[in-house]
Design a protein around this ligand. Sequence first.
Ligand code: TPP
Ligand code: MG
Length: 347
Amino acid sequence: MFQILNEKGEIVNEDAMPDLSDEDLKEIMRRMVYTRILDQRSIALNRQGRLGFYAPTAGQEASQLGSHFALEKEDFILPGYRDVPQLIWHGLPLTKAFLFSRGHYKGNQMPEGVNAVSPQIIIGAQITQAAGVGLGFKKRGKDAVAITYTGDGGASQGDFYEGMNFAGAFGAQTIFVVQNNQFAISVPVEKQSAAETIAQKAVGVGIEGLQVDGMDVLAVYAATKEARKRAIDGEGPTLIETMTYRYGPHTMAGDDPTRYRTDDMDSEWEQQDPIVRFRTFLEGKDLWSEEEENKVIEDAKAEIKAAIKEADNTPKQKVTDLISNMYEELPSNLQEQMEEYKEKESK
Ligand SMILES: Cc1ncc(C[n+]2csc(CCOP(=O)(O)OP(=O)(O)O)c2C)c(N)n1
Ligand SMILES: [Mg+2]
């Protein structure tokens, strides 16, 4: 397992240390702290009935944001349902993330210049698409990559093998990230596959694969940066398995992790916490203070409050919106329904 920063916040692999400025290091910390707060607030908003679908992210910040920090604006993200943070740091306004959670069509419309599709709920469906987007970049001679995220459960799907195999055969400029948080809902990773690691599944399709400490933001960043370079240099796609853990429930729809995880397992992983170890590292370099962290927290809370208010003020979606956003030219049966619902909505 590739690691740079251990759980005590010590650099254990000096040679692999990525070339990041002090400002970059601080920005990574800000993003992780912000995202932890966003997670806490999203859970609370869900409980208050103000958000809909939500998949908690705490524990996975290094895995999500370290990989994202290695990307450029022109790179294309094909995320899973837990990967809203990467979309936000790629430019998705927070209000839209909240609208996505509520099932509002506006939450699925990416603003111009945000190179991403909305989070995929079907496990693995985004993986084959990512192979295609990465091949498109290659054919157009673009210095950009497609990056897709899935979980350990996603790595058991047919689409995972198809996507990686295709990308390997055609040299697609694609990075496949598997965030191995040890469970697919309640099913532990050992029960999902006889393979010792998920990273080794790269061997079967002839692409590069590596397992990374997913609680170490520097290692995840360095691995993704290298994978991006290799893809653009024509050296093929990469599979990155990040070893991580979700502290919360699977989603907010009634999952109870105490039924399949022990307190010991939870606390073992919490001791690996990505934010705690990165804070220790930054404090050791005099780059971080409690005041700075508090400022990030306060700013995050204010932004979240404003964004949820904006979501509340967004007009409710109508049946006619669903129809008109589906086709450029409506088939005749939908034209009829459109007329019918226009009539109903006007009352
Ligand atoms: C094709 C398909 N089968 C089943 C489901 C139901 N389902 C939703 S999440 C999930 C587990 C996925 O686990 P993993 O890929 O490890 O991602 P994690 O939730 O742990 O991030 C399943 C089986 C689904 N959404 N799509
Ligand atoms: Mg999982």
